[in-house]
Design a protein around this ligand. Structure first.
Ligand SMILES: NC(=O)c1ccc[n+]([C@@H]2O[C@H](COP(=O)([O-])OP(=O)(O)OC[C@H]3O[C@@H](n4cnc5c(N)ncnc54)[C@H](OP(=O)(O)O)[C@@H]3O)[C@@H](O)[C@H]2O)c1
Length: 287
């Protein structure tokens, strides 16, 4: 059962949000925290319940969604206080459960492909975990940018990766994905491990390798590959653009499963299991 505690009060610059749904990410309980106990889940969809006197950007009653800062308590709770500047209007055409599945994964995909990966129209991108929580949104966003998308996934998820827009799909657990000649402009990795270690061989000279899963391997300097790991950052403007794509009907989150907050333990167990299809979401309040 969830623990009981006082609802937080919004400090200067903050809004108190009534959480309707919050999503969770595989491995997030292993991310370093500077406090314990800590409330997990860093993405939410909900309604503004109160604002600090200095807040003008949002008003009570507005439906919002957000990626919340990692250095403070998360959204697996009835209420959360969030810096108001991070709250974006939630997509109007989908419910809170679907909206909560977007912020962390879509911002990871957006920042990985476009900010760190500098993906351009007409380039070739290899996405590892193309049907996963981050990967299924990356596959759609890369396709929308006009890239040629190659996705890796386990055999049972290959059709999903294709449905999300991958031009080509490769079974990540069977055989090799390295082409005869390195030809990929960007690798975006959401899996890590062996797939990440073998990725430099797919990249053309001067290509880019970006991972959200772990640090990339050492690559000989003569390959001129720009390899990096990054941690996603809250970004209201990007969430506004992403909500626009959702409301235009060209970007859709996949929901693997929905659990009530009282069954959060089972939700975290599900987030760690193989064979998921998209995001695991906690329903906190009825829409
Ligand atoms: N650095 C950051 O800012 C940041 C941001 C977001 C996520 N992350 C991390 O990036 C990773 C991917 O996140 P995600 O939300 O996309 O997670 P996810 O959906 O669970 O994983 C992506 C894909 O990885 C494959 N996979 C490999 N090993 C797995 C295992 N033991 N259990 C389940 N799936 C496994 C699965 O693909 P197949 O089933 O097709 O093999 C899965 O679809 C996680 O480790 C997460 O913590 C980091």
């Amino acid at each position: 059962m969830p623990e009981r505690m006082e609802a937080p009060r919004p400090d200067a610059g903050e809004a108190l949000v009534r959480v309707h749904a919050a999503a969770i990410t595989r491995d997030e309980l292993d991310w370093p925290v500077d406090r314990l106990p800590a409330i997990p889940s860093y993405e939410l969809s909900g309604v503004v319940a109160a604002v600090a006197p200095d807040v003008r950007s949002v008003a009570i009653g507005e439906p919002i969604y957000a990626l919340t800062p990692f250095d403070r308590d998360g959204a697996a709770a009835d209420y959360i206080a969030v810096p108001a500047e991070l709250l974006a209007p939630k997509p109007a055409t989908i419910d809170h459960v679907a909206s909560a599945a977007i912020p962390l994964a879509a911002l990871s995909a957006w920042q990985g492909l476009f900010d760190h990966g500098r993906l351009e129209e007409g380039e070739r991108v290899l996405i590892h975990g193309a049907a996963g929580g981050v990967g299924h949104l990356a596959t759609q966003l890369a396709r929308l940018r006009g890239a040629y998308v190659i996705g890796t996934a386990s055999e049972e998820s290959l059709d999903d990766a294709r449905a999300f827009g991958a031009h080509e799909v490769l079974d990540s657990r069977n055989g090799h994905f390295e082409p005869a000649a390195p030809s990929v402009d960007l690798v975006f990795d959401t899996v890590g491990g062996e797939l990440l270690r073998r990725s430099p061989a797919t990249l053309r000279r001067g290509g880019r390798l970006v991972s959200v899963a772990e640090d990339p391997p050492q690559i000989p300097p003569e390959a001129e590959i720009d390899a990096s790991y990054f941690v996603v950052e809250p970004n209201r403007e990007q969430l506004v653009e992403i909500a626009g794509l959702v409301d235009d009907g060209v970007l859709r989150p996949a929901i693997d499963s929905v659990f009530p907050l009282s069954e959060a333990r089972a939700a975290f167990a599900r987030s760690l299991s193989a064979g998921k299809r998209g995001k695991v979401v906690l329903r906190v309040a009825d829409d």
